[in-house]
Design a binder for this molecule. Structure first.
Ligand SMILES: Nc1ncnc2c1ncn2[C@@H]1O[C@H](COP(=O)(O)OP(=O)(O)OP(=O)(O)O)[C@@H](O)[C@H]1O
Ligand SMILES: [Mg+2]
Length: 268
């Protein structure tokens, strides 16, 4: 029986010719920390000396503008949107140009079309990395992404519960079908360290990320604890790599950023 060809062979254009590496940050479930990881990784990548952009592709639930601490619409120049400079990166989020009162219809009929608009109509300039905060779930957005740009790799964010395994499996399979290498898994909200005695509580169970990494043969890029400073930093527009740069979490993000940079460079 003939094997099913990869979907990517259907149609492919590169709408981001000046971007060296596009990195998609994805998860099948919502609320696991994609935007937090995207924002911190993007800033940490910039800290390695790279030119970095961050695109909020979560059209219906944008949050990157909040995590970057900006609420002013971006200016236009030569008919294009100028991405906003913040914390050493440039970013674009629909949250900058729409607010909660903006009807969803205005936001475009298809998530995919909006993602393409953000590739073509934003003056990204030359970038080493464009980190894309994907909407939750598999499907349309990812397909559009791989058809519109050359994606160097995907990072899957998960929480450590056993039930999350199935979600990750779907994510890994989808990216593999799309011929996008999965660079690794980030296990978020892995444990809580008591601020008084430092004792670790594995709130959602243990070993999910390691299990995933072994089972699907992909690296576990890092484990991040539940830490109120991560949420506070996100809400205040200062990702933890900026707000508490000497924290263990900031160090984890910097280590992940270097690992991702090295992985991507090695493939070029
Ligand atoms: N390790 C952590 N410790 C504490 N709070 C966290 C941590 N990771 C994320 N959060 C907080 O949890 C909430 C959800 O995180 P985030 O918005 O990054 O998830 P998401 O996967 O992007 O969600 P969505 O699917 O809604 O886009 C945010 O308020 C964020 O600040
Ligand atoms: Mg999000």
């Amino acid at each position: 029986m003939p094997s099913v060809p990869p979907i990517r062979t259907v149609e492919h254009r590169n709408l981001l010719p000046n971007v060296r590496s596009v990195i998609a940050v994805a998860s099948c479930k919502g609320g696991v920390g994609k935007s937090t990881v995207s924002a911190n990784l993007a800033v940490a990548l910039a800290g390695t000396g790279a030119a970095v952009g961050l695109l909020d592709a979560d059209i219906y639930g944008p949050s990157i503008h909040i995590m970057m601490g900006v609420n002013t619409p971006p200016p236009m120049a030569n008919g294009k949107i100028v991405p906003t400079d913040r914390h050493g990166i440039r970013f674009m989020s629909i949250g900058l140009i729409a607010n909660e009162q903006t009807p969803v219809v205005w936001r475009g009929p298809l998530v995919g079309q909006m993602i393409q608009k953000f590739m073509v109509e934003v003056a990204w300039g030359e970038l080493d990395f464009l980190v894309i905060d994907m909407p939750p779930g598999t499907g349309d957005a990812s397909l559009t992404l791989v058809q519109s740009a050359s994606v160097s790799g995907a990072i899957i964010v998960t929480t450590p519960q056993d039930v999350a395994l199935e979600d990750v499996r779907r994510g890994v399979e989808m990216f593999r079908k799309l011929n996008v290498p999965v660079l690794g898994v980030v296990e978020n909200m892995s444990y809580f360290s008591c601020p008084c005695c430092g004792e670790r509580t594995e709130v959602f169970g243990r070993g999910g990320g390691e299990d995933i990494s072994g089972r699907f043969n992909i690296p576990l890029l890092g484990r991040l604890p539940i830490n109120p400073a991560i949420r506070e930093g996100g809400d205040a527009g200062r990702p933890i790599v900026v707000s508490v740069p000497d924290s263990e979490e900031a160090e984890t993000f910097r280590r992940m950023a270097k690992g991702i940079r090295d992985q991507v460079m090695a493939k070029k």
